[in-house]
Design a protein around this ligand. Structure first.
Ligand code: FDA
Length: 388
């Protein structure tokens, strides 16, 4: 079967690209090995799909080339996707920090994309396994549903995270096959795990959440941190996990609002125990464990100023050296991927192989938590869709 455009991957980026190409009158087929479309969209945002972020700018993305995404973002803005959502009558709300979620279900976003595909004449083949890709005058694909050929081939197979719902390294292998450079991939927006001794102390606090500032390298995020059985999660931790270098540490400020040094020094004459004083600001179970590990609790008047200053410093800059991350099984995204130097920022086409395009998460552009990754999927899919 011959098409103008074959898109491999019926996720966010692939469907957007297919819709745009179809609207231009191109014959388009989307091939996906899954049994249903947009499985990651379905599970996203806790089932309500945080489909964009109204504040998205290129500064919210990590890439070896931070300028690469600018062109696509300038041509497809959050307002463009919001207009599509509104056209389909999907109710949504801003949860916080510019994050837009469906009021009801992420299924509505998949249904919307599916409906737009139908309107644009896009064919969709599910349960379709691509076994081989070759290029002569055209792209030739061997699949379990027969042979397909096309002038343009779009790789939109996403990242490596959540393999249990069908993530594969297929797109990375295609890049390698055609000599396209890859930036090493690693899990992003991922829970961190504690070293042995910290895990045994803080693992008992699983479920406790604290408003804090998490810091890694030269970035910081103020949101909740969440203790898990194995380490730390929660939005602030997921955000810094993308910036944390391998074997690098993070720091946590447990008192984002209060000058804790002043607080401790003010209470210096008090008979109140440190852990009880801290429990006025932090969960009691946490202050108990934290004091056991770092500052055995006693009445405040029994600490010296020097001791209190050291405690204050640790509370506002608690350094943690994680043992690692929870890996792709729990990562929301994959950092790295197709080197942006290999692609046109205007079209997403590979410089080395005209006709081959990479879009979405497989490209070395990774957003913060909060709707930014879908915005990249829509924008890069839209960009390629104008040219394929
Ligand atoms: P995506 O993963 O969406 O699609 C890839 C498609 O390719 C899939 O349909 C897959 O089946 C198919 N495929 C893979 N290998 C194949 C092969 N060999 N052959 C054929 N098909 C193949 N982001 C955000 O902005 N807001 C949010 O709320 C969330 N929430 C969220 C929750 C969870 C649990 C995860 C894991 C991730 C998120 N994300 C998110 C991230 C977001 O889901 C992600 O960045 C986008 O889905 C990426 O879109 P893509 O189209 O690039 O890949």
């Amino acid at each position: 079967m011959k098409f103008d455009v074959i898109v491999i991957g019926g996720g966010a980026a692939g469907l957007m690209c297919a819709i745009e190409a179809g609207k231009r009158g191109r014959s388009v087929v989307v091939l996906d090995h899954a049994e249903r479309l947009g499985k990651k969209i379905l599970i996203s945002g806790g089932g309500r799909c945080n489909f964009t972020n109204v504040n998205a700018t290129p500064q919210n993305y990590l890439s070896n080339n931070p300028n690469f995404c600018k062109s696509a973002f300038a041509r497809y803005r959050p307002a463009d996707f919001i207009a599509l959502v509104e056209k389909h009558g999907i109710a949504y709300h801003e949860k916080k920090l510019g994050q837009l979620f469906c009021d009801f279900s992420s299924r509505q976003i998949v249904e919307m994309l599916d409906a737009e595909c139908k309107k644009a004449g896009v064919q969709i083949r599910l349960n379709c396994r691509v076994e081989q890709v070759a290029k002569d005058a055209e792209f030739q694909l061997a699949t379990n549903q027969g042979s397909f050929s096309s002038d343009a081939l779009v790789i939109a197979t996403g990242g490596l995270s959540f393999p249990k719902i069908g993530a594969t390294d297929f797109g990375y292998r295609i890049a390698k096959q055609f000599g396209i450079n890859l930036v090493p991939a690693r899990p992003g927006l991922v829970p961190l795990t504690f070293q042995g001794d910290e895990q045994s102390v803080f693992g008992q606090l699983s479920g406790i959440s604290i408003d804090a500032i998490a810091i890694a390298e030269d970035v910081s995020f103020r949101e909740n941190i969440l203790f898990t059985h194995r380490g730390l999660s929660g939005p602030a931790i997921l955000q810094v996990s993308s910036y944390q270098q391998e074997k690098g540490g993070i720091a946590i400020n447990l008192f984002p609002e209060v000058n804790v040094k002043e607080l401790l020094l003010r209470s210096r004459q008090s008979a109140k125990e440190l852990k009880n004083l801290l429990a006025e600001h932090l969960p009691q179970r946490f202050t108990q464990e934290w004091c056991t590990r770092f500052a055995p609790s006693k009445p405040m008047h029994r600490y010296s100023n020097v001791e209190l200053e050291a405690i204050a410093q640790r509370l506002q800059h608690w350094e943690i050296l994680p043992s690692g991350t929870e890996g792709y099984a729990k990562a929301e995204v994959t950092l790295g991927g197709v080197d942006t130097g290999e692609l046109s920022s205007k079209t997403m086409e590979a410089r080395k192989l005209p006709g081959l395009y990479f879009i979405g998460e497989i490209v070395d552009v990774t957003g913060w938590l909060g709707g930014y990754n879908f915005q990249w999927a829509w924008a890069s899919g839209f960009a390629a869709g104008q040219f394929v």
